[in-house]
Each structure stands twice: as C-alpha cells, then as structure tokens.
Design a protein around this ligand. Structure first.
Ligand code: KG4
Ligand code: ZN
Length: 374
C-alpha cells in the first residue's frame, strides 16, 4: 500500500550522494563462517519491517559465494486496508507484536536454531522510521546476543539482490525497482555502485495500481486485483495515453494515468476495462523506458524487482525485449526478509565490514544520484 496516501512520511525521491559498497576491502570472515574447504555456509538472518510487512528470512552463503534461501516468512498487515493507506503507528505496533513469531517460523522453516546464525542483516532505510526501528532493534539484539556481525541494509538494494536467487548477479546491469513506494531505474556499472538514471516524477507504479484498484472497487492489494480484473477487460475501451512519450530521459509518471482512470470511472467505465487499459499503459511505459535506458547505458542484463515485478503482463512484455531480464523468484518480489539477508550476503561476499550497533533508522536514504551532466 502506498505510504504517500497518508503523507510524505517516507519514500521520497532519491537525493544527493552516490553510495558505493563493497569490493575494495579485504575479505571479511564472519565468526561462524565454516572452513571454506567444506563448502558449508554461513546462515544469515534478514529482517525487513520498512512498511506494512513483517519479513524474516534466512539465507545460506556458501564458501564458494553461492546463496540459497533457506526460509522466507512474511506477515502482511491487513489492519491498514480499512484506512485506505498505511497508518505508520499501527504498522510499528503490529511489527512489535509479530516479529518474534515470524522469526520463530523462519528458523523452523530453515531447520535451524538461533545459535546457528552467523550474521544478521536488517533494513535501516528507507521506510517508515517507527516501523524500521522495530526490525533494526530486533536484529541488533539478536546479533549482540549471538555475538555475530550485524549489517544495516538498504531496502532498495535488498529488492535488487532478491533477483540473485535466479541468476548470478554481476555488474554491469540495469536495475528497475518498481514497488508501492519506488519506481527507480539504476545503472549498476560495478557491483555496489548505483547510478540513478530515472525515477518517477509523481506516484510510484505500485501506488498507481493500488489507487486505481481502490477507485474501481477492485480491492486490496491493488496490483494483483488489477492484474486479475484486466484478464476480463478490453484494454481499448478506455483511452490511456502512455506517459512522457517523446522524453529524452528515463523518468516515469503515473499521475496522468490515475486522472484518466478517475475520469473514465466517473463516466461509467467498467472496472475490468479500466484495469486492462491502465495495466497495458503502465507496463508499456515501464518496459519501453527501461529498454531505452538499457540501450543508452549499453547493458544487456536488466533486473526487475519490487512488488510490481510480480505482474504477469510486465513479465511477458519484458520477455519480448530481447534483453536478459532477471526477476526475483517466487515470494521475493514484495517486501520480505530473505532479500535483506541476500543483501547481507552480498556485503559479506564483497568483504564489506559489518555495521555497528549504533546504526539508526532513516526514512530518507538515497542509494544513488543522477550522473553529473556531461
Ligand atoms: O515491494 P512492495 O511489497 O512494497 C514496497 O516496497 O512498496 O510492493 C508492494 C506493491 C503494491 O503497490 C502492490 O499493489 C504491488 O506491489 N503489486 C503488484 C502486483 N503484486 C504486488 N502490482 C502489479 N501487479 C502485481 N501482480
Ligand atoms: Zn519494498
């Protein structure tokens, strides 16, 4: 559900520093990393409580660098549906109530005891600060109790690394993160370096799915509801003009589609037709802009992640592009803990030193900036 429904509390557009992680440091070996010769891995706990999902996952990082998701448990909060947007205080409280049991389920799914964990990663931003704090503090507590390294993870980097289960994720590639709070296009020229080449100028794509579904009475969450209704609709019944056609850059905009949906709804359009027309226009703008950016950056591989990456029509359209397109595996598109564990695994594999227990939560956490003008 889109956070901006209840104000500009989080998920603001990216800001002003380029952030580089990894590579230039010596290999860092977590305390519980077993003998590389045995190929036995380190179990990394990942926690995400950035918005309205309590996610806890466990991945195994093998000594040869391969990662395997051993558990991925998510409690999706339904309390917000009645308000039509995420209520931050309710989200925080529910994270507090649920996180321990979600953690227990994740360990059971992985077949592990808590003492088997070799490192902990938790999202520190961007997101709702109160919600983030729950997972961050919980993760720090586990790391301190076990005396294992703690990594503060970036939510968007987690989304990108969710695709690492499907293919080896090696730069250079382009990454489209498309979710309820973000529509960001990053060029990744080197592992750990993110250059923002495009972003939404208004609503995030998932936010538009959610708002149009609500308008059309299709229910929540809007993405899957629109996708299902679209199968029964006529995409030509309502005119949806593809946004930002003719632009030279790689930005996105969804507010015009929202307005078109509102006007058509008032004029009596069928919800299924609204869904079909909007989904086609949203998919086209996402795919065309991403393909242009891939050509401009000279990238053959594109990672598409975030909740909207679960969309069937989007996946089918990307499959026609001729690019190597990598999507996260099942259950890894929407917010979850395993993607944060994967980001932790990438940090360990890159030799990045762990964070301190002083790491704090932040609503606004830019991953990258646009490249400087030539
Ligand atoms: O990544 P995510 O769980 O949360 C954020 O970080 O925002 O993404 C949630 C968003 C929601 O807007 C939801 O409607 C959208 O992902 N979504 C979809 C689909 N499944 C989830 N959008 C389009 N098609 C889907 N199948
Ligand atoms: Zn997300």
């Amino acid at each position: 559900m889109a956070v901006s429904d209840i104000g500009q509390l989080a998920y603001e557009p990216d800001g002003n520093t380029r952030c580089t992680v990894g590579s230039a440091r010596p290999w860092y070996t977590p305390r519980r990393m077993k003998d590389p010769a045995t190929q036995t891995g380190t179990f990394i706990l990942g926690i995400d409580t950035s918005c309205d999902d309590t996610g806890v996952g466990v991945v195994e990082l093998a000594a040869n660098g391969q990662v395997h998701v051993r558990a991925n448990r998510v409690w999706s909060q339904t309390v917000h549906a009645q308000y039509g947007g995420v209520m931050p205080e309710l989200a925080s409280r529910e994270h507090v109530e649920r996180i321990d049991s979600v953690m227990g389920q994740a360990l059971a799914e992985a077949g592990l005891n808590v003492t088997d964990l070799g490192a902990v990663a938790a999202t520190s931003g961007p997101g709702l600060v109160g919600a983030l704090l729950v997972g961050l503090m919980y993760g720090k507590g586990v790391a301190q109790a076990l005396d294992v390294p703690f990594y503060a993870a970036h939510h968007l980097e987690g989304h990108i690394f969710a695709a690492a289960t499907e293919a080896e994720l090696r730069a250079p590639y382009l990454a489209l993160v498309v979710s309820g709070g973000h529509t960001h296009l990053f060029d990744v020229p080197q592992d750990g370096e993110y250059v923002l080449v495009g972003a939404t100028r208004d609503d995030a794509a998932g936010e538009a799915f959610d708002k149009i579904a609500r308008l059309a009475g299709l229910g929540y969450p809007g993405g899957p509801a629109i996708s299902e209704a679209a199968l029964l609709g006529n995409p030509d019944a309502v005119a949806f003009k593809e946004p930002l056609q003719g632009q030279k850059g790689f930005d996105f905009s969804f507010s015009g589609l929202k307005t078109a949906a509102l006007l058509a709804h008032k004029a009596g359009a069928r919800p299924e037709d609204l869904a079909a027309g909007f989904e086609r226009a949203a998919v086209r703008t996402l795919v065309r802009t991403t393909v242009r950016a891939a050509q401009a950056c000279g990238r053959q591989t594109v990672v598409v992640s975030g909740g909207v990456a679960a969309n069937r029509a989007l996946r089918e359209a990307f499959a026609q592009t001729g690019l190597r397109v990598v999507f996260p595996g099942k259950g890894l598109n929407t917010d979850n803990g395993a993607m944060i564990a994967l980001a932790g695994a990438a940090a360990i594999a890159a030799g990045r030193p762990p964070g301190t227990l002083g790491e704090s939560a932040t609503a606004y956490a830019p991953l990258a900036t646009p490249p400087a003008p030539p």
